[in-house]
Write a protein that binds this ligand. Structure first.
Ligand code: SUG
Length: 444
């Protein structure tokens, strides 16, 4: 059986702004309060999807979530008509209003952890929506995410679990802290989870070991095919709030910074030996040395947040990097990429993508997508209205241009008209994508 991945990219929502809300996320802090351009952000995301689709990669979309989240504002004591609530919140609690308006569901790598249970399991594709308890603005995502994933992946060959209970010991940020390795057929696979430990770092780790273990259990992963690695405290300290800022994987390639993991050498050696034995081919471990490329370089450029993909015409086994534009402009990132391309490993080409608006909030190419491993039969079970096509691309671009502002500041969030505009946009999107669960009048 061939299992290949389809990327579901989060469409950037119309209320994208720079709230400075990302915990341990230096880009979000650096750009807090700047003027955002939601229209450019959404178009940059659509451009990336089009680039991948044109390369022959399977591509689909995930909708943004309805905002503002009035339930959050009411729960925090604001009462009255929606206009009164927004008015009071903008005066008394602007950062709460920013959280209620956050477009953070665009970073679909944090929507859920997705695995494919293989031998010994039920062979279904399992989803655990992330509980995102580490930050307020993201903790409002899981209910919508669960409803949307259940609507999209309704077939019995998928299993969408509830999010883990929303408690700090089970804090979970989804696929950003999970990596899958496999033979090129995708069937013989391993799952690597990465968690953080609080070890005097200035930022709290966002992924708990207990959460990783719970997900592996409920997803029926084989213990001998599942690794739990600790994120290096130096990486969290440097601003790697998710593992996907310092490591990534695709098929038989594991690309990581020297300081991505703590004490992982022997576990990775064992993994490489098991991989070779089971698949008959090598696991390519591409470790980038801290002397050549520091953790600060990794955070500045998001090199490890590149997507590694197999393009449709790369059936010979070669893979490509889809890297942020910042890597092209940064001499050490460029040198690291040139070395990856020249060395003996499956990665043979690079494409650079401009995702400046998302990058300024700490989200690169890989953050914007959720990888879903499926077989060909499952592809037929996913609503066709979500699969990328030139027609869908055209409709989404027209929708963005007619509904999205080109400027959005924190002060603008107090403007009540914005609610009606964003709700109208979501109603229209619900009909473009034929999805009920994102209608703004659906509430939890
Ligand atoms: O959770 N930024 C997100 C970025 C998430 C990136 N995802 C991955 N690495 N997979 C976060 O920190 C900033 C929002 C603001 O500041 O307005 C924010 O939430």
């Amino acid at each position: 059986m061939t299992i290949s991945e389809i990327n579901f990219d989060g469409i950037v929502g119309p209320t994208h702004h720079f709230g400075g809300l990302g915990i341990g996320n230096l880009a979000s802090h650096r750009h807090a309060g700047e003027v955002a351009n939601p229209r450019a952000a959404a178009l940059q995301g659509l451009d990336k999807m089009a680039t991948l689709a044109r390369l022959g990669c399977r591509q689909a979309v995930l909708p943004p979530q309805p905002r503002p989240d009035m339930g959050l504002l009411r729960a925090c004591g604001f009462a009255g008509t929606p206009a009164e609530i927004i008015g009071q919140a903008s005066q008394a609690a602007p950062s709460l209003l920013s959280a209620a308006y956050s477009a953070s569901s665009m970073w679909a790598a944090n929507a859920a952890t997705v695995t494919r249970s293989n031998r010994g399991g039920d062979r279904r594709t399992h989803f655990s929506p992330a509980n995102l308890v580490s930050s307020l603005h993201r903790s409002i995502e899981p209910q919508w995410t669960t409803a949307v994933l259940r609507e999209i992946f309704a077939d019995a060959s998928f299993c969408v679990h509830d999010p883990l209970p929303p408690a700090t010991p089970l804090r979970d940020e989804g696929a950003a802290n999970h990596m899958r390795l496999s033979d090129p057929s995708g069937d013989d696979s391993w799952d690597l989870f990465v968690y953080g430990e609080a070890q005097g770092t200035r930022f709290p780790p966002r992924q708990a070991e207990a959460a990783c273990q719970a997900i592996a259990r409920r997803h029926q992963l084989l213990p001998q095919r599942t690794l739990f690695l600790q994120q290096h405290p130096a990486a969290i300290e440097a601003g790697a709030f998710h593992n996907d800022v310092v490591a990534t994987s695709c098929e038989n390639v594991l690309l990581y910074h020297q300081l991505a993991f703590e004490d992982a050498e022997s576990a990775l050696d064992q993994l490489a030996a098991d991989f070779q034995k089971s698949t008959g081919g090598p696991l390519y471990r591409i470790e980038i040395a801290a002397n050549d490329f520091s953790l600060a370089d990794a955070i500045d450029t998001y090199l490890f947040n590149s997507q590694i993909v197999r393009a449709g015409d790369d059936r010979d086994g070669s893979l490509r990097l889809i890297s942020p534009l910042a890597c092209q402009q940064h001499p050490r990132a460029r040198a690291a990429i040139d070395k990856i391309l020249a060395d003996p490993n499956p990665i043979t080409a690079v494409e650079f993508v401009d995702l400046r608006e998302s990058m300024n909030n700490g989200g690169g190419p890989a953050c914007l997508r959720l990888r879903v491993p499926i077989d060909d039969d499952q592809l037929e079970k996913i609503p066709a209205s979500l699969i990328w096509s030139p027609q869908l691309d055209d409709r989404l671009r027209a929708w963005v241009i007619s509904h999205y502002p080109t400027k959005l500041t924190l002060d603008d969030l107090g403007d009540f008209d914005r609610i009606e505009q964003t709700q109208q946009a979501m109603r229209e999107l619900s009909s473009i994508l034929n999805l009920q669960s994102i209608r703004p009048d659906v509430s939890f």
